[in-house]
Design a protein around this ligand. Sequence first.
Ligand code: BJ8
Length: 425
Amino acid sequence: MSETYEQMWSELGLDLEAHDALLQVLGKGYQDIYMSQSGRAAGMEYFNFVMSEVHGLRVKELLDGKKEGRKVIGSFCVFVPEEIVRAADAVLVGLCTGADFAMEEVEKLLPRNTCSLIKSAFGFKLGKVCPYMESADLIVGENTCDGKKKAYETLDKLVPNLYVMDLPQTKSPEGRALLKAEYERFKKAVEKLTGVEIDGARLKRGIEIVNNKRKAVHRLAQLRKADPVPISGLDALLVNQVYFYDDPIRFTDSVNKICDELEERAATVNGAFPENTPRILLSGCPMAVPNWKLPWIVETSGAAIVGEESCVGERGTRNLTDASAATVDGLMDAIVDRHFLVDCAIFTPNPDRLNHVKEMKDAYGADGVIHYGLQFCQPYQMESIPVEADLENHGIPTLRIDTDYGMEDVEQLKTRVEAFIETLR
Ligand code: BJ8
C-alpha cells in the first residue's frame, strides 16, 4: 500500500486497517479470477491497471479535481442521468456495492433479508472502506425497489449529503411526467452544487461524452457475436463495471483500442474460447465490482458468456441520448426519453425486459440464458419466474440462479451450472 495513498485514505476518514484487508481480498480475487484467464486481449492491461489502482489513482484524480472546484457525485443506479452531471463539469461515480463488508454492523441497521447490494453499500460506509463515498459531494439515492427506498431513510442518518430522486414505477404518461420533473429538480440541485448554469451547449457536450462511452461498449458488444467469441464474459463484465467510475474520455479510448485489437483477432479466428463453446446470456440483477462469482463459475465450467442483460451491461447502456434538440428543454426531454426506456424490474408491467432478453439471445447467438437474482431482491426474483417460463416456452434453455455475495454456495452453483451447460452441448 503506497504511503501517498495512505495519507489520502486517512484524510478521507477510512479505517486503514480494514481498508487494507479489503484491498488484499480484492487483489487476491482479481489475481485468482482474472489473471488466471489465458489468451486475454493485450488491451485488458489497461483494466488490470485500473483495478490495481481502484482505490488509489482514480480517487486521487477525483480529489485533485475537487481542489480545482470539480464536484463529485456518487450514485447507485443507472437512472441518475450522467449527462446532466457532465454538463456541469462534475464527475459521476458508481459507489461500492459489490462485496460484503462489516455485515454485523449492517444487520444492526437493516433486516437480514435485505439484498446483498444494499447491504454492501451500508457495509462500505459503516466499515469506512469506500473512498468514493467519502469523496462524494453529493450521494444520489433513488426510489426504485422497496429495499433501496427504505434503506435511504437510514442512510440519510449516516451521511450528510444524501439526495433522493423519486422514480416512476409504470411506463405511463404520468410516469414520464414524474421522471421529467425529477430530472429538472436534479438539474437544479447539480447547478446549485457546482455553481454552474447548465445551458444547451453544456448539455450537448455532456450528452456527447456519455454517448461516446455508450457507443464504445456497443462496439465491444457487437464483437461478442463472433464464434469463437474474442473476449471472455469476465473481461467484458469488467469493462462494463469500470464504465461507472473511470474518466469517461479515457475509458472510451481504452475500450475502442480493445475493439481494434478484437477486430483483428476475430479476423484471424483467435477467440477467448474454442469455437463452438456453449454460449450463455446472463440476465438479471446488476453485478458491481468485485461481484464476479457467477461469471467465474460459468466460464470455468465450459461455457462463454456473450452478453449481460443487466444494468452493468446492455440494459444500462443500450440506448443513446438524442442530442439534436436546440433548446435546454428539448435536450432534457431527450435525456428523459432515453432513460425512460430502461426496463428495470421495478416497473410494472415490464414486458420490454423480456423482449430484450429474447432479442439479445438471438443477436449474440446464445444457446441458453442464466437468470441471476440476488436473494431478497423482490423485483428480479419475482420477474425471474415468468421470464424463465416464457423463455422455456420459446424453447430457450434457462437456468434460474438466486444467490448472494457469499462464497458458501460456490460448489453447489458450479454443479448446477455444469449440468445446465452439459444440456446445451
Ligand atoms: S435501474 S436494476 S441499477 S434499481 S438487487 S437494490 S433492485 S433489491 S439494483 Fe438497480 Fe437501478 Fe433498477 Fe438498474 Fe433492489 Fe434488487 Fe437489491 Fe437492486
